[in-house]
Ligand binder design. Structure first.
Ligand code: NI
Length: 163
């Protein structure tokens, strides 16, 4: 995938975040499945990973250094995002922050020359081109979007059955 296409796909999360503002308010803090994350937690999770990528990956790539094999504390990042989503922050505020983080991420990627997307970097424990890495991040977006879409649809179908 070319840089322009990759950035276009990363930007698609912005209108999707906005669409979450118009969901019934009661769904925002309802777990997707028993014991699972809420929509708020999924949004905070995506924001936390955007921040991680900017701080711990793109900063190094912009300097043309390999990213340091600094340990990625996945569980800590995810737990922190969950706590943040449950901290009492409003839906509008959290979504605005998610959108701001995503805009920053897209801008940071945009600032990198095309050539860097074809270069191989050490990303944690694996070596991949920047384009492959961004492709992986797009798949992560799509995975969580599908999760929430399926949840909302299942509730809509459930309500129709009852009606
Ligand atoms: Ni995830």
């Amino acid at each position: 995938m070319e840089k322009t296409e990759l950035l276009g796909q990363k930007e698609q999360l912005i209108p999707w975040y906005r669409s979450l503002e118009s969901l019934p308010a009661a769904l925002w803090l309802r777990p997707l499945r028993e014991g699972g994350w809420t929509i708020a937690e999924v949004a905070a999770h995506l924001k936390a990973w955007d921040e991680f990528v900017m701080e711990h990956r793109l900063v190094y790539i912009s300097r043309d250094a390999d990213t340091p094999p600094a340990a990625v504390h996945v569980q800590d990042i995810n737990d922190g995002a969950s706590r943040y989503a449950r901290s009492g922050i409003s839906r509008v505020e959290l979504l605005n922050q998610c959108i701001a983080a995503r805009k920053q991420l897209v801008q940071a990627l945009e600032a990198l020359p095309e050539e860097k997307f074809r270069r191989v970097y050490q990303m944690g424990s694996s070596k991949v081109t920047l384009a492959q890495y961004v492709q992986y991040l797009i798949e992560h977006d799509v995975h969580h979007r599908q999760q929430i879409t399926a949840f909302v649809e299942s509730l809509e179908n459930g309500e129709q059955d009852e009606g």
